[in-house]
Design a protein. Structure first.
Length: 125
């Protein structure tokens, strides 16, 4: 798969467009459109301009796209810091829950050890 095709696919998927949506908008067959994304067909400049227009991008963006641009360019209303903070908060909460569970297991193991020591002590008498 060519980088151009990969970039086009990523932007299309981000936009929640199907291959059929793209093919219909470009007035080509889904097979032909798939070949563009898979790097089996090099689109002409006019086709690239149409693809870029449908995706709300520019032709240079199709060539230079990378994942961070989804957040920074294609979703300007997206609050990147809030999402990262939310993910961090969920991670911290999960770690705290795991820590609490481990503490409970330690307490249970200590109690079990005490019981076993008491049992050994009573049997050895």
């Amino acid at each position: 798969m060519s980088q151009l095709g990969t970039n086009i696919r990523k932007i299309r998927e981000f936009r929640d467009f199907t291959i059929q949506n793209m093919a219909d908008a470009l007035e080509i067959s889904p097979t032909t459109y798939s070949k563009i994304e898979n790097g089996e067909k090099d689109p002409k400049q006019g086709e690239l301009e149409k693809i870029a227009n449908v995706l709300g991008a520019t032709v240079p963006e199709l060539h230079t796209f990378h994942n961070r641009k989804i957040i920074n360019h294609f979703a300007p209303e997206f609050d990147q810091q809030a999402v990262y903070k939310e993910a961090d908060d969920r991670y911290v909460a999960a770690l705290r829950a795991e820590n609490t569970q481990l503490k409970l297991e330690i307490v249970a193991l200590r109690e079990e050890r005490l019981q076993l020591n008491q049992l050994l002590t009573t049997r050895s008498r």
